[in-house]
Design a protein around this ligand. Structure first.
Ligand code: SME
Length: 171
């Protein structure tokens, strides 16, 4: 069966999230490899939102974040916890919205075209196991609507894909 998602790009971001989250949920299959599931999640997000220039996961191992499934240009493969937006979100265990990356001290520019960013920690049983990072070529592309739905998505992923166990196989 062809796997597709349907997106009406004329809708507001909120309505797009409302429409794609159930579709992403139905794409997930805990019986298939985690890398397959997470790759499709990044593809679905990139397809749904024109504002996304890069979307991907980083996974935590021994105080470092390692690049996982993503859509977009080649990116940094390793980020230390505490460094950049990703490392700061992993350290503080909080979602970080950056309206202008040049104003975020220590921002790591994998793509010099990137202007704004949101990073959502992936939390399983109270512990950070990685982050979901989205970048945009527009300033202030992400806001509390993105935060709300991306946090919901990370919650769905953690539970449905049993990330606390399956993540060990990836890194
Ligand atoms: N900008 C991120 C690095 C990852 S790339 O954007 C894909 C950061 O500052 O952590």
């Amino acid at each position: 069966m062809a796997e597709t998602i349907l997106v009406d790009k004329n809708l507001s971001d909120e309505k797009i999230y409302e429409s794609i989250l159930p579709q992403i949920d139905s794409l997930l299959n805990a019986g298939e490899p985690l890398i397959s599931n997470l790759s499709n999640v990044t593809a679905a997000l990139k397809e749904a939102f024109e504002k996304i220039s890069w979307v991907g996961f980083y996974f935590l191992k021994e105080e470092k974040l390692f690049l996982g499934s993503f859509q977009g240009k080649v990116a940094c493969t390793v980020i230390n916890v505490g460094n950049g937006v990703c490392g700061t979100a992993a350290l503080t265990e909080e979602t970080i919205i950056v309206e202008d990356v040049d104003k975020f001290p220590g921002h790591i520019a994998c793509d010099s075209g990137s202007k704004s960013e949101i990073v959502v920690p992936l939390i399983v049983n109270g512990k950070v196991i990685g982050v979901l990072d989205l970048d945009s070529y527009s300033y202030s592309a992400f806001n509390n609507t993105d935060k709300k739905y991306l946090e919901m998505l990370c919650f769905i992923l953690s539970n449905k894909l049993k990330l606390e166990k399956t993540i060990q196989l990836l890194i």
